[in-house]
Design a protein around this ligand. Structure first.
Ligand code: SF4
Length: 311
């Protein structure tokens, strides 16, 4: 690819970035394309996103639009991939499919260019082929794009293995353990879920995460529990809860308002898991940490009481 064709690609640090970030970044890096990541989430970014996104959007989508806004005019194009499915029984939340078109529509008067990569195995574009096609659209050869994809998927696999290892180490530590379950883009977001994890940390609790598990292992566990659950990310969260619940003294389900998949899978977990206290936290654009801190404190008191550490 010639030097003048190389664009600077903006990547919003939100939603599926927290799942596929290492893959996207490595893909562009191998191709020699520079990227610009939006800044870490903040109240300002969320407020901007809430103003821009349609009212019925979930909190994660509002956060995404706030991140997109920070990139407008600062890069040649903004990358928003469409993750539709990995096959007939492996679907993504439909909101992931619409975000590219929504962003283009919301920012239509900005003159900003957007690019996407369509992952849609049902229609002949499994991930590898979709990224090959995407690389070709960017001006690279199919061979260059395939090589970048291979390296990128290795980077993602290594990250998942490292997360899995560190989770196992954490599970072996002494003390109260709480399993946090939610989408990675909620739990890892510095403004949304990270304050909850920091709060648990400050209370001296060991926090395990349902999303820090090799995806295949988690999905198999979910399939035994609920053969009809079809949302890939939800399957992995449910599978993570089932595989780690024995090690946990309590489970916190963290979800974004109004999340369709979570409203079903959280209900399923609450009804079917016995013997472990469960706390549900639903975050919305108005959530402050004060109320959440109080609920976490009471939840930890229940756990301590059950373990005999409080009388
Ligand atoms: S899974 Fe839930 S939080 Fe994530 S995009 Fe879909 S509705 Fe929003």
């Amino acid at each position: 690819m010639s030097e003048q064709k190389m664009p600077m690609i903006g990547i919003p640090r939100a939603m599926l970035y927290y799942r596929y970030g290492p893959l996207w970044e490595r893909f562009f890096q191998v191709l020699g394309v520079s990227t610009l990541l939006s800044p870490p989430s903040s109240r300002g970014i969320l407020e901007a996103g809430a103003r821009l996104a349609p009212d019925e959007s979930c909190l994660s989508l509002k956060m995404l639009m706030g991140h997109v806004e920070t990139l407008i005019g600062r890069c040649n194009c903004i990358f928003i991939p469409r993750y539709s499915n990995y096959g007939y029984t492996e679907l993504f939340c439909t909101r992931y499919e619409g975000i590219y078109d929504q962003a283009r529509n919301i920012f239509r008067s900005s003159g900003q260019r957007f690019i996407t990569c369509n992952i849609d195995a049902q229609n002949g574009f499994p991930e590898a082929k979709a990224f090959e096609q995407f690389g070709v659209e960017l001006g690279f050869t199919a061979k260059e794009s395939r090589r970048a994809w291979r390296e990128a998927s290795r980077a993602l696999e290594q990250r998942k293995k490292a997360e899995d290892r560190s989770q196992k180490e954490l599970a072996g530590k002494p003390g109260i353990k709480v399993l946090a379950a939610g989408h990675s883009y909620i739990l890892s977001d510095p403004y949304l879920g990270k304050p909850i994890l920091d709060n648990l940390d400050a209370a001296g609790v060991v926090t395990l995460r349902a999303d820090a598990l090799e995806p295949e292992t988690a999905r198999k566990a979910c399939a035994r529990f609920s053969p009809t659950c079809r949302w890939i990310v939800s399957e992995e969260i449910v599978g993570g809860v089932l595989l780690w619940k024995e090690k946990a003294d309590g489970i916190i389900l963290v979800s974004a308002f109004p999340c369709g998949p979570d409203s079903m899978t959280n209900e399923l977990l609450i009804r079917r898991i016995r013997g472990v206290p469960i706390l549900t936290l639903v975050l919305d654009a108005q959530s402050g940490m004060a109320g959440i801190e109080t609920r976490i404190e009471s939840f930890l008191d229940i756990i301590r009481f059950q373990k005999g550490a409080m009388v």
